[in-house]
Design a binder for this molecule. Sequence first.
Ligand SMILES: Cc1cc2nc3c(=O)[nH]c(=O)nc-3n(C[C@H](O)[C@H](O)[C@H](O)COP(=O)(O)OP(=O)(O)OC[C@H]3O[C@@H](n4cnc5c(N)ncnc54)[C@H](O)[C@@H]3O)c2cc1C
Ligand code: HEM
Ligand code: SF4
Length: 812
Amino acid sequence: MSNIKREKLVVIGNGIAGISTVEQIIKLGGNFDITVIGQEPHPNYNRIMLSYVLEGSKTLDDIVLNDWKWYEDNHITLHTGVTVTAIDGERKVVTADNGLTVPYDKVMIATGSKPFILPVPGSDKEGVIGFRNIADCTQMLEAAKAYKKAAVIGGGLLGLEAAKGLVSLGMEVTVVHLMQDLMESQLDSMASGMLKRELEQQGINFLLGKQTTEILGDTRVTGLRFKDGDELEADLVVMAVGIRANTGIAQASGIEVNRGIVVNDYLQTSWPDVYAVGECCEHRGACYGLVAPLFEQGQVLAKHLCGVEGQPYEGSIVSTKLKISGVDVFSAGEFMEQAEHAVITAKDDWRKTYKKILIRDNIIVGAILFGDVSDSASLQSMIRKKTAMTDEIYDSIMGTDRAGTGGGKAFSLEKMPDDEIVCGCNGVTKKAIVDAITLQGHTTVDEIKACTGATRSCGGCKPVVEQILQSVLGDGFKAAGKQGICPCTTLDRDEIVAEIRAKGLTTTKEVMHVLNFSNPEGCSKCRPAIHYYLAMLNPVTHQEERESRFVNERMNANIQKDGTYTVVPRMYGGVTTPEDLKKIADVSLKYNVKVVKVTGGQRLDLIGVKKEDLPSVWEELDMPSGYAYAKSLRTVKTCVGSQFCRFGTQDSMGMGAFLEEKFERLDFPAKFKMAVNGCPRNCAESCTKDIGIVGNDGGWEIFVGGNGGTKARLADSFCKVKTDEELVEICGALMQYYRETGKYLERTSEWVERLGLEQIRAVILDDPKQRKELVERIELALQQVEDPWKKVLNDEKLRYTLFEDARPVISK
Ligand SMILES: Cc1cc2nc3c(=O)[nH]c(=O)nc-3n(C[C@H](O)[C@H](O)[C@H](O)COP(=O)(O)OP(=O)(O)OC[C@H]3O[C@@H](n4cnc5c(N)ncnc54)[C@H](O)[C@@H]3O)c2cc1C
Ligand code: HEM
Ligand code: SF4
């Protein structure tokens, strides 16, 4: 074939929109000499995955979509690190900043967007950046090594992903948002509130309803000032307040521009032979900021350029998925109810899920899913197709077995239409995936990705692709579906514990490295869990890794809504003295404690202590920590008992205080609560405790697995004992067995149900040898514990770096 007839196609912008259109053109056999000019010094990469690079679960190499060789193989001339400055429509050439001129027959502008930088004083200071490209990402990775405090302005998708990434990099991060709700363009207040709570648990701080008016600092940023006069310290500021289409070239050349480069339904601009695609263009008044529309646009444009007849582009219905591990959020179409909507909602506080579907004139027009997003693909497709609500759809999505949970419904391959889009980003249908499995023999998600493109962009459709693989292959589909303790691994709790034992692993880093975690730093789910398993297995040699603990445990205090902390000293068995009360009163007055509260666990909570005052408060109280923040023994609640009560048959106060002193400070898989009662009247409510003890005439009865929280469970009667010694022995063995077999964060109420009471009885009651060994192991672990505040107060460096960092760090 002669080259003379080939048309010259110049693509400006080496991003996803430009290159995915080129891929389509190549698929269609288009006859072009293609030149791509890109400003960034990289081949086309998956911009979406920058969030994962920042979070640490992917490297820059992982996110390259088309490597250098791809351009070569497809005979594409590539100029990287070159910025196009204008298009000359008369001479039909494109010119660039380095003097390059390239003649064209057709030109495609695919220049994307740039972050919007708030026009406030100081926004040009060093350390103020957007989050758009590899350069920004690298700058954040560098900043995290040198600085501690980051502020992210903007509580949308991008801002939250940036914030999570920076938290994973060890920074203290505050998201500042103008509105009261996060992601208010995609979520209602309910979902937004659930999201905020989840992200706070993952370590992100929030300042909502705050308008930034100034960025402080000399050359480098030192903080933000808000309209209400408040200030926030920050040595890195990421602006994620929105994007603006890159329209400079079109403007400079005289092509019609509004918010974006104006295009018609075939992506043609106001100039002949000049097209625009992706985030830089404006179609029917809409500019998009997600990849699914640009893929749809690219398909239309590729067909048009190749002379293949096809449908015009009529706009896209966008959906959103937040890419933060452990947070599943989906939103598509309309989400704020108006008078004309019929609304179906279901909220489940136990599973932390929320579902909302909006219906107008019986047509499904929008949805929000939080926590469980397994219906996202089908809802997205129904909204796109303007599907009418039916009883069958209702049952399938809302579930009829358990009100509103959708629980129990199975994925049905047959019910899914062939043309249903599974991967919204890359427009891959169910049929394309099934064909890839049945006709081409693919058996894993990665193979499906390579073959069809599904899961290649945001990864949100991976669960559905797995379900299709499972349905088509049955038992033939193995590994990819296996659930690990978190997205970093496919290993479950027992496998990890077995590996730690077998290989003698000693640190979280080592576990993650040796067991091939996809993220070598782990995530907020696996790190504290592995840290717990390591300490439980090697109580004597284990080295504490403070950074692997949840923030409350790291600080030995509960952080409150307003950023202050609480102090809960021990009151063994709920008993105190006038001297201790006086000390508490004096310290509360001196340090301006906001509220002194009697807790549900029978002690006093000093609420509203400033972080920098925490060490002095503890020093002056000179009382042991009550561990009100820890996955550890909280309190042993007691009734008055035989010392004073006329019904009492056992000394519950004495036994409660003894047990609390004996077993305090030890780490458990989850928080652990106890109660001791002097008689079966049970005034201290044993039935809702992890271990509840009830006195009777001849001794004690032990209950296990109670819970008074959101998923209440009455404790099971475990056994009766005659003596105090037996009671202490069995409690110790029970606790150690739970420590050794519980999954991290699993309360005894779930543990008892998982293992079965009979199994626990068999180990502890029927097998004296095992019971004795369990007691020996808990005794050994108990010898290692020490009061956390004593430790902080005795370690000046720790004290200052953790709590009083406004003052200089004193190193010895
Ligand atoms: C961190 C992050 C996470 C995201 N997550 C998601 C997500 O989960 N789901 C989703 O759908 N979308 C997501 N997005 C948005 C998505 O990345 C964009 O919609 C998509 O990249 C737009 O593609 P584009 O090709 O139009 O623009 P771009 O990807 O921006 O590509 C344009 C390219 O053109 C270059 N260029 C600009 N001007 C010139 C010039 N004058 N000369 C030469 N080259 C030029 C730019 O340097 C850039 O490389 C995310 C974006 C970011 C930054
Ligand atoms: C970050 C989240 C939480 C914090 C900071 C917190 C804090 C506390 C504190 C300080 C106490 C007083 C107990 C004491 O004296 O030690 C307490 C009691 C209690 N909490 Fe929580 N809690 C949290 C989450 C929960 C959850 C999720 C549940 C339910 C599953 C729960 C159920 C209870 C119950 C039932 C009590 C009363 C205990 C008793 O009477 O002995 N808490 N909580
Ligand atoms: S449980 Fe029994 S002993 Fe304890 S206070 Fe109540 S009545 Fe008295």
